[in-house]
Ligand binder design. Structure first.
Ligand SMILES: [Zn+2]
Length: 1153
């Protein structure tokens, strides 16, 4: 056939070929068809009618499709040449009916066709996007899977990126993965199993099952996985997921999920969460889940759990916030019961910071450490194992808290202090760091072991004291009291503790008085060994004999235990001082405040001598003795070191002793009173007792006839003590002793000497009344009443008297008697005396112008030998009677006086009558008011008689009177009325003067001579008496000569000489110096008169010859074997007696002058 055709004309060929039925084309081989097609399409561009040509060509079933079929390309929407390599692999995909389009195989001839006929060449990717993708939903599952596989290939196409989004968007809407249950799911349904958290958290169904993976070649798997991720498979954990997981875990923990499972999840999630926060810096994920309980805390070590249950149980989960990051395994010890610990041991530091920001702690907070202590301190500790754990936990807590600032209130009142070798826990208030005798304080107060000293700072901060406080000791005592309340006695341990507590309490008060403060009731031990409220107890601070007082008080009160039993020494004064440290309201009562010694009145019996008792009289006299009171004043001033003024001291003395009474008792007993209740069997004899009366004091003295020095000394000592008591105990013992010595002094000089010896300043400020004793000075009015109106007195040389000048009616002056001028005169009623009335002024006056100072019957001359004075006789007048005892005697005295007055001159009569009038005036005799009134009445009647008769005894002459101005005429009429007023007012003035004296002066006596004790005064009578005895002693010495007892002769001579010298002293000044040696006495006496000047020489010779009171009596003065008897020479006896006689002779001459 080719020969028949014009083969180079394609138009002609085409026309020919178009005539051939399509089925005949199948008979041609591929090559032939290709050649034909090549030929025909080469004719394009050369034909006459291109449109005709192309249409004819297209309608030929000449073109090979992708599937290898020959089809015409006319009648299709579009014609593509598909450049594919995979069409063979996925024939289904490429044979889909794509809306009437035809896809020609990509080969050389078709490529030419494309060039000639402008047919576009399509890539596989292009095909995929353009045709496959839109119809994806219509594909079968297998086709879809193929399309995925295809896609995996196409992804390598360099232009893939352009289509990626479009492809992915479409694929996401297609379910092509079956889950394990066989249900088709979108890719976004699944989670990437490569993410461990998902793997752990999610059920299997949520993962792409293995069956799916098997659909792909092994080497494609990662590509598939990548694709799935693109398609929405979740592969990155989000914070929302984490939160959700956390919540899931939290709720699962409440359910039945196994602990292992929970633990696995929790651990993974926790790790993820922390990491997440690190990689997502801006995330606040951790904060958001911090409160969700999804973390399994660190397991607490076993020993701690054994000791106390941990805060979190087996299944309990915790949140991050408020938990501890485990940085130090030791921290478990601090908070295991109060705080969970996060398992953070493997986390890097940066992660920990995030946890901290989310509210976790990396150091245990102090309050929770305290809480832990609080939780565990109550746990029992039954064995050593637990005890050890406890010790470790506590010590670690101490150390930790010590290094932090923590508030002590966290541990207030908790027993967190280890004591007793770590066997016990106590509160801070029950322990101290340093405690002496600590063993004796258990179990009331503990010492913290020195091993724990390194925690001292901690202990101090929670309130442990370094040393116990007063309060702690009080609490110990209170505790013991409570513990023993219902018991009869304290047990032995309680006693030890009690005694130690009392000791330490008082020592502390003594050492730190500023700390003394008691909030608690204080309990102190009583003598019965039990504890009582301190202010219910009594302390025996009295001086009463223990037995006398305490026995009788036994059932009435509880006495404080002797503090000596509480290690506080035996010194009662110290005890008293310690007790005084206690505040008043809680101080035991001092027994001295509630017990008194009072007079046992029922047993008291007055002294039979009454007012005239010499024993008590001598003390009465001493206590009102002016110089003595002055000495006491000096003593008080010395004691006050001059801070007390003289006037004040005088006032004190006067207030104290001014109203002093002395009562002498035959028997004197005191008994003790508790309050106002007498105590049975406490009566006891006493020597001196002082009682305060409403006005002043009464000294009760037990009468003694014995004037032995021991009795005097004892009474004196007691007196000084009582006096000091009355003075408010202002004198110290030394001065008290001095006071005793002053009480023994008889003279002003003695007092002064004693003060000097004891180093007491003699205060020069003398009392009133000691001044102006100079002759001629006026006598103070207060002494007027002491002037004796009686004019029948004897005056001795040197005696102070009152003197009234005739010219001045109202004033009296001091005068000193020089001598009597008319010694030989028979009449005694009016005689002349020479008196001194100024330094060098002497006058001669009538005895009617002189007034003797009235003396009470006790006088200085009989202080210690009062009774003997009754024996006095001799030329001196008997001591005056103050006042006659009966009216009869009075009448006789008045009558006698008036009789005598008649013999006087008129002037003298007037003086005498005035004196008589005043003598009996009631104002001057207040103590004998009744008798005085009667006497006065009688006297006035007598005066009246005289007035009427013109004078007494007209008949009797005055021839006996030797006065110079004698006048017999009746120029002076007996009219007294003019004088009565004047005399009455004088009497009143005298009385007022005396009353003034009593107001201002101490002592009961209105006695000029004892008041002015220092005033020199002679006492002839006493001188005589002493001399008489001296003479007797000398006679006795004579009798001892030649008898082989020379020592007795010498002794008696000593006695004689001593008494003779004292007689001279009496003659001179009315007193003697006790306790002086004969040498010093002789020295003193030798000054009295020129005839006595030889005395010291005589005494010296006597002493040389052995005259001595001691050596002649006591062997102790001689070297053994000598005794006094064989020491002295009998040959000296005569000489000694001669000298003594000479001495006595000289004294005799002196005293009789
Ligand atoms: Zn008496």
């Amino acid at each position: 056939m080719p020969e028949l055709l014009k083969t180079d004309n394609s138009n002609a060929v085409l026309d020919q070929v178009s005539q051939i039925p399509p089925s005949k084309f199948k008979l041609l081989s591929n090559d032939d068809l290709d050649k034909l097609q090549e030929f025909l399409q080469s004719g394009i561009g050369t034909e006459e009618n291109p449109q005709q040509y192309q249409r004819q060509l297209k309608s030929l079933p000449l073109f090979q499709t992708v599937q290898g079929e020959r089809k015409c390309i006319e009648g299709h929407n579009s014609v593509f040449i598909l450049k594919t390599e995979c069409s063979g692999k996925f024939p289904d995909l490429f044979s889909i009916n794509a809306d009437g389009n035809i896809f020609l195989k990509y080969n050389l001839v078709n490529t030419h066709l494309s060039e000639n006929m402008d047919i576009s060449i399509l890539t596989e990717l292009g095909f995929y996007v353009k045709f496959l993708l839109p119809s994806l939903h219509t594909l079968t599952e297998a086709q879809v899977l193929d399309s995925i596989r295809l896609l995996l290939v196409l992804r390598k196409d360099p232009t893939y990126k352009e289509y990626h989004d479009k492809i992915v968007a479409k694929l996401r809407t297609v379910k092509f993965i079956r889950d394990i249950r066989g249900t088709l799911q979108l890719t976004s349904y699944f989670f990437d199993e490569k993410e461990p958290l998902y793997k752990i958290m999610l059920p299997l169904v949520k993962f792409v099952p293995p069956t799916f993976w098997k659909l792909f070649e092994q080497k494609k798997k990662s590509a598939v996985s990548r694709l799935l991720k693109d398609l929405g498979m979740k592969h990155t954990v989000s914070d929302e997921e984490i939160i959700e997981f956390a919540l899931t875990i939290q709720s699962e923990a409440q359910g039945k999920t196994s602990v292992e499972e929970l633990r696995r999840k929790s651990s993974a999630l926790f790790k993820k969460a922390v990491e997440y926060n690190v990689t997502n810096i801006d995330s606040n994920l951790l904060n958001r889940i911090a409160t969700i309980k999804f973390v399994f805390p660190v397991r607490i070590q076993k020993d701690l759990c054994d000791y106390h249950q941990p805060l979190v149980g087996e299944r309990d989960l915790v949140g991050i916030k408020g938990s501890l990051i485990e940085e130090n395994s030791d921290h478990q010890y601090l908070i295991w019961s109060s705080m969970p610990i996060l398992p953070a041991d493997s986390l890097p530091q940066s992660h920990l910071e995030h946890l901290k920001k989310a509210g976790a702690f990396h150091q245990p907070p102090c309050d929770l450490v305290a809480q832990n202590l609080k939780n565990i301190c109550q746990s029992g500790c039954a064995n050593h194992y637990l005890r050890n754990i406890r010790k470790t936990a506590f010590c670690k807590s101490y150390a930790y808290l010590q290094s932090k600032h923590f508030s002590a209130s966290l541990l207030q009142d908790l027993p967190v202090v280890l004591v007793e070798n770590d066997a016990a826990l106590v509160q801070a208030s029950q322990a101290v760091l340093i405690l002496d005798d600590y063993k004796e304080f258990r179990p009331y107060l503990y010492r913290i072991s020195p091993r724990h000293a390194l925690y001292a700072e901690f202990f101090k901060r929670i309130g442990v004291e370094e040393r116990p406080t007063i309060r702690q000791y009080s609490v110990v005592l209170k505790d013991i009291f409570m513990d023993s309340k219902r018991k009869e006695t304290l047990n032995a341990n309680q006693q030890l503790t009690m005694k130690r507590s009392v000791q330490h309490l008082f020592q502390l008060m003594k050492d730190q008085p500023q700390q003394i403060q008691f909030q608690e009731t204080l309990y102190l031990p009583s003598a019965d060994g039990k504890l009582y409220k301190s202010n219910d107890l009594y302390f025996n601070d009295t001086v009463f004999q223990k037995k006398r007082l305490e026995d009788s008080l036994k059932d009435k009160i509880s006495l404080l235990m002797n503090l000596g039993h509480c290690h506080l020494g035996r010194d009662m004064y110290k005890h008293q001082k310690l007790l005084k440290l206690l505040p008043e309201p809680i101080r035991p009562t001092m027994l001295s405040h509630v017990t008194t010694k009072r007079l046992a009145r029922s047993r008291m019996k007055s002294c039979e001598y009454g007012e005239s008792c010499e024993f008590s009289g001598s003390f009465r006299e001493k206590l009102s003795f002016g110089p003595f009171l002055h000495g006491l004043t000096c003593l008080i001033r010395q004691q006050s070191e001059g801070t007390m003024s003289h006037d004040h001291a005088v006032e004190l003395c006067q207030n104290t002793f001014g109203r002093l009474k002395i009562t002498c008792c035959e028997s004197l007993e005191t008994e003790l009173f508790f309050g106002d209740e007498p105590l049975a069997n406490t009566a006891s004899e006493t020597q001196v007792h002082v009682k305060k009366e409403t006005q002043g004091f009464t000294f009760y003295l037990k009468h003694s006839d014995d004037i032995a020095s021991k009795v005097i000394h004892k009474v004196t000592t007691l007196l000084t003590k009582e006096m000091n008591f009355l003075l408010g105990n202002i004198l110290c013992p030394d001065h008290l002793n001095t006071l005793g010595q002053l009480l023994l002094c008889d003279t002003q000089e003695d007092i002064e000497k004693t003060l000097e010896e004891y180093g007491i300043h003699y205060s020069a400020n003398k009392e009133e009344g000691h001044h102006h004793l100079d002759p001629g000075s006026p006598i103070p009015e207060e002494w007027y009443d002491a002037l004796d109106m009686n004019f029948m007195n004897n005056y001795e040389g040197g005696e102070y008297v009152g003197f009234k000048k005739i010219s001045e009616d109202e004033l009296y002056y001091y005068a000193v008697i020089v001598e009597r001028l008319d010694v030989s005169s028979e009449g005694q009623y009016c005689c002349k005396y020479k008196i001194q009335i100024g330094t060098n002024e002497f006058v001669e006056v009538s005895s009617l112008d002189l007034y003797q100072f009235k003396r009470k019957k006790t006088s200085a001359s009989k202080q210690n030998h009062g009774r003997e004075i009754l024996l006095v006789d001799g030329p001196v007048p008997p001591p005056k009677k103050d006042f006659p005892k009966t009216f009869k005697e009075i009448k006789r005295e008045i009558d006698d006086c008036l009789k005598e007055i008649c013999t006087l001159s008129k002037d003298e009569q007037k003086k005498a009558l005035r004196r008589l009038y005043l003598r009996w005036h009631p104002d001057k005799n207040p103590e004998q008011e009744e008798l005085a009134n009667e006497a006065f009445k009688y006297l006035k009647n007598k005066f009246k008689e005289f007035e009427q008769n013109g004078g007494p005894g007209q008949s009797s002459s005055s021839k006996n009177y030797r006065g110079q101005n004698k006048s017999g005429q009746s120029s002076w009429s007996w009219n007294f009325k003019d004088f009565y007023d004047e005399w009455d007012s004088e009497a009143t003035r005298h009385r007022q003067g005396r009353e003034k004296f009593y107001r201002h002066n101490s002592g009961p006596h209105y006695n000029f001579s004892s008041f002015h004790q220092d005033m020199p005064r002679t006492d002839r009578a006493e001188a005589k008496r002493w001399y008489s005895q001296a003479q007797c002693d000398l006679d006795a010495a004579h009798n001892d000569t030649g008898g082989g007892s020379p020592e007795w002769c010498l002794f008696k001579v000593h006695q004689a000489v001593e008494k003779a010298l004292m007689a001279a002293e009496y003659r001179r000044c009315g007193k003697r110096s006790p306790n002086c040696s004969i040498s010093s006495l002789a020295q003193k006496v030798s000054c009295y008169s020129p005839e006595l000047s030889a005395l010291p020489g005589l005494v010296s010779r006597l002493k040389h010859l052995g005259v001595n009171a001691k050596t002649t009596q006591y062997p102790s003065y001689h070297t053994p074997p000598k005794i006094p008897n064989n020491t002295f020479q009998p040959e000296n006896e005569t000489e000694v007696l001669d000298i003594a006689s000479e001495l006595l002779q000289k004294v005799d001459t002196f005293i009789t002058n």
